[in-house]
Ligand binder design. Structure first.
Ligand SMILES: [Zn+2]
Length: 499
């Protein structure tokens, strides 16, 4: 059965700009025709029509780096801090139901117009890994969202970048959990089994990717094994890199060269790889990333909240690096609002100085759509545009009412199609996302999930959290966090710079 979706304005291809009176025809999970509503309707006269002339249609967006944290971290009492101190506290988070966390997070994402999330899994229970993964995947599936499931691995330095020395320096009375790294063989067995299970692209609701968590947390040998494994299983790799200045310092101390030069020397860089964050790059790294075809997932909110810095997105774009946008479970308003993140990415991409390049709203939208899907699922994936042959993942945004109407400026605009993208990205938020379709199926209609009862899920998560409240939290974690701060204080501070 063919259905039509129409809108008064649309951005079928972020780079090509805005069009009016647009419609797509959808058969099954795919777009089979796109263009002027009148022509599409004439071509499919019997088809049902959804949407309307007062709405704006966009390709659904891709959250190119996240962790399925559900509630974020403020509700768990984990204060924002520099990454290295924050991670010590993060390890103390309560063990909430992985199904509810993924479902809650998935609902927040789809409600903000995201159809696909890269979930980098923070494993809580090594012994229960299989059920933890299947519960997580089930949560996303029940939210109706596509997931790219990344299982990271580490084998060093999780507590501090010089873990042995740091542990040796800790007061004896501190009661720290012993170091626990996942067995390497077990890791590759689990990944191989997942890769087999989800080998066929099929409806593309689940895709597997692998990778070391980050170069300071994984030995060279382990990183190389991950590359070999990814290559032999035709999987992409996802790695945190150069999120903080301390990670850059670690690389220079460890290898006496820049991190990316080192990664290139050991064969890690290639078009199969996406780096999350990539803030503290050296001048020569930009061309290197472009040359090797490495993608970058930019996480503007998280980078501000964890005091990491601001990635030089204009330079990445100017060099031809593909950039996507990730929420990293750490958005400004703790609400996983993708439209607000695009707004922040756009704003921060325009830097101080008369000679700074101007990054336009279309480039920001491209990062959230086509380019984001490219670095997350591969450059050939048919997602991120509203064109024939593409999967039918789309969003209908409403202008809002009264003082919540972001579109008021259109009424005075000489060229509404030229003003609309900026008005939308400057003013629209999740509350304006009315309907979301994933693979030809409406998963959000009239601001509500069609898949589950959102209030019921929120209640269940609240109960789950309440049951954890009395679970003992190690008070030693706060002390270790302060000792970690003292350690990095000795390393010094990042150089002052504008963003
Ligand atoms: Zn992350």
């Amino acid at each position: 059965v063919t259905i039509l979706v129409r809108a008064g304005f649309a951005l079928p291809n972020a780079q090509a700009g805005c069009v009016t009176d647009f419609a797509v025809a959808i058969d099954g999970s795919r777009i089979i025709a796109a263009g002027a509503f009148r022509e599409i309707r004439a071509a499919f006269p019997g088809a049902d029509v959804s949407g309307g002339p007062d709405l704006v249609m966009l390709p659904a967006m891709c959250d190119s780096h996240d962790h399925g944290r559900g509630l974020g971290t403020t509700p768990l009492g984990i204060p924002d801090d520099i990454l290295e101190v924050w991670l010590v506290q993060l390890a103390q988070q309560p063990r909430l139901d992985p199904y509810l966390l993924a479902l809650f997070d998935g609902l927040r994402l789809v409600r903000s117009g995201v159809s696909t999330v890269l979930h980098s899994h923070n494993l809580r229970d090594v012994d229960g890994i299989e059920s933890e993964i299947s519960d997580t995947l089930r949560g996303y599936r029940d939210a109706g969202i596509r997931v790219v499931f990344d299982l990271p691995i580490t084998d060093q330095n999780m507590l501090a970048y010089d873990e042995d020395a740091f542990r040796a320096s800790l007061p004896a009375e501190l009661n720290l959990a012993p170091r626990q790294y996942m067995d390497r063989q077990r890791y590759f067995d689990v990944c191989a089994s997942l890769a087999r299970q989800y080998a066929e692209p099929g409806d593309r609701m689940v895709t597997i990717c692998v990778g070391p968590s980050g170069p300071q947390w994984a030995s060279d040998e382990l990183m190389q094994e991950c590359v070999a494994f990814a290559q032999s299983h035709h999987l992409r790799m996802h790695v945190h890199a150069l999120e903080t200045w301390y990670q850059r310092e670690y690389a220079f101390r460890q290898w006496r060269t820049s991190l990316l030069a080192h990664l290139d020397a050991i064969g890690l860089l290639g078009p199969w790889l996406t780096l999350a964050h990539a803030i503290w790059l050296e001048p020569s790294d930009y061309a290197l990333l472009a040359d090797r075809g490495v993608g970058v997932a930019h996480n503007p909110s998280s980078n501000l909240r964890l005091r990491s810095g601001v990635a030089d997105v204009p330079r990445l774009l100017a060099e031809g690096v593909s950039v996507g946008i990730g929420l990293d479970g750490h958005t400004l308003d703790e609400d996983q609002d993708m439209l607000r993140e695009v707004r922040l990415a756009w704003t921060l991409a325009n830097r101080p100085g008369a000679s700074a390049p101007n990054v336009g709203v279309h480039q920001a939208l491209e990062m959230a759509t086509r380019s984001g899907f490219g670095i997350t699922l591969g450059p050939d994936v048919p997602l991120g545009r509203l064109e024939p042959g593409y999967l039918a993942d789309l969003v209908l945004v409403e202008p809002g009412q009264g003082i919540d109407d972001w579109s008021i400026g259109l009424s005075g605009a000489p060229q509404p199609v030229e003003l609309l993208p900026a008005l939308l990205v400057r003013g629209a938020s999740r509350r304006h996302v009315r309907d979301v379709m994933v693979g030809g199926r409406w998963i959000v209609r009239e601001h509500r999930s069609t898949c589950v009862d959102e209030h019921d899920i929120a209640d269940r998560l609240r109960e789950n959290l309440a049951r954890q409240a009395n679970a003992s939290r190690s008070s030693d974690a706060a002390r270790v966090a302060e000792l970690a701060r003292a350690l990095y204080t000795q390393w010094g501070d990042p150089p002052a710079r504008t963003w």
